[in-house]
Write a protein that binds this ligand. Structure first.
Ligand code: X2X
Length: 343
């Protein structure tokens, strides 16, 4: 052993001897907690993650240091592996769309059923309903994470390179990239399209090369990722599915924090979700104008057209209501129904 190494070794063992006392005082906190987001802070939901970790660092005086790994890089871009990786201890903090986790825990996809949440009024009524939230949070807890708060990833709109999509038949034969959610695949198949499951990282080259004709994402994502430069010329703002943005902590990590820190972190997530929703809504309000300004054709379905889209998804809806959690979906349906007509 070289002298330099010896010194290093001695230093290391001194630190190791000191560690237990230090660790005890700090409640065995990690130096860094890893947060996965699919998209970076240039996108509203990546921004939600950044807001959250900044608040946590400030309000815990740096005791809890969360680092964001965008591009789902902790799972090599394979966003559908996020939840499993959280269970394995690779991811400590989730700030994501549960649709990406439905291969691991199908029930977490309840909010994304096609046309379940018709507008923001319905969305707000649902995510602020204690009965719905408690049931959902119980599912998350049973799956291995402590849920903290609910933001919004945004209404997903369909785009393609071929033609305006006015009615379900117009999707016939289109190759559509969807996230790894079997339900989205069935929606597309039901309308005669050919869905391909792909991560977000793979989607962009596939659109650019023409390997797929179509994709669906919130227009905020379309704008931030400049999807129009990938040959996507037509958009239909059909509002077919809107996933929540769930802020959650891996169960064992949560249990390692003091109750006082747990309270702070939960409040930070609640504040971050509020700010993130406000940002998504602001972008939603201006998206049509901004997408049209890029020379993209944006179709806004009239009520009769919207009804056709809804009818085309009815069978998949019924199947996935049962395949996810029929009791919870029924509860959500009731809250949506009550929200109608209320200002
Ligand atoms: O991959 C997508 O389409 C994205 C970014 O919207 C999700 O993570 C669900």
């Amino acid at each position: 052993m070289q002298r330099r190494d010896l010194i290093k070794f001695a230093g290391g063992s001194a630190a190791a001897i000191a560690l237990p006392r230090f660790a005890h005082a700090q409640g065995a906190y990690k130096a860094e907690y890893k947060m996965s987001t699919v998209v970076p802070p240039a996108f509203a939901w990546g921004k939600g993650g950044e807001i959250f970790l900044t608040l946590v660092r400030e309000r815990t005086n740096g005791r809890i240091n969360i680092k964001q790994y965008p591009g789902a890089s902790l799972v090599q871009g394979q966003q559908d592996r996020e939840f499993a990786a959280m269970r394995q201890g690779i991811i400590d903090v989730l700030c994501g769309a549960p649709i990406n986790w439905t291969g691991t825990v199908p029930q977490l996809g309840v909010f994304t059923l096609p046309f379940l949440l018709p507008d923001h009024k319905a969305y707000d009524a649902v995510i602020n309903n204690p009965g719905v939230v408690n049931d959902y949070f119980d599912l998350v807890r049973k799956a291995g994470a402590e849920p903290l708060s609910i933001g919004e990833t945004g209404y997903r709109q369909i785009s393609n390179s071929k033609r305006p999509l006015i009615k379900p038949d117009d999707l016939k034969g289109l190759k559509v990239r969807v996230v790894g959610s079997p339900m989205y695949g069935e929606i597309m198949t039901g309308m005669g399209a050919n869905p391909t499951f792909m991560s977000w990282a793979d989607a962009q080259p596939a659109l650019a090369s023409g390997a797929v004709d179509s994709q669906e994402n919130p227009l905020e994502v379309f704008l931030a990722a400049k999807i129009n430069t990938l040959g996507q010329k037509y958009v239909t703002k059909w509002n077919y599915s809107n996933d929540i943005l769930l802020f959650a902590i891996a169960g064992p990590v949560w249990a390692s924090w003091t109750p006082a820190d747990q309270k702070i972190v939960r409040e930070c997530a609640q504040d971050a979700a509020k700010q993130q929703i406000a940002l998504v809504r602001k972008l939603y309000a201006e998206d049509v104008e901004r997408v049209r300004a890029l020379g993209v054709d944006v179709h806004l379905p009239n009520p009769a057209e919207a009804e056709q889209w809804r009818i085309a998804c009815r069978r998949v809806y019924a199947r996935w209501k049962v395949a996810t959690n029929a009791a919870l979906v029924s509860k959500i349906e009731q809250v949506v129904e009550q929200s109608r007509g209320k200002s």
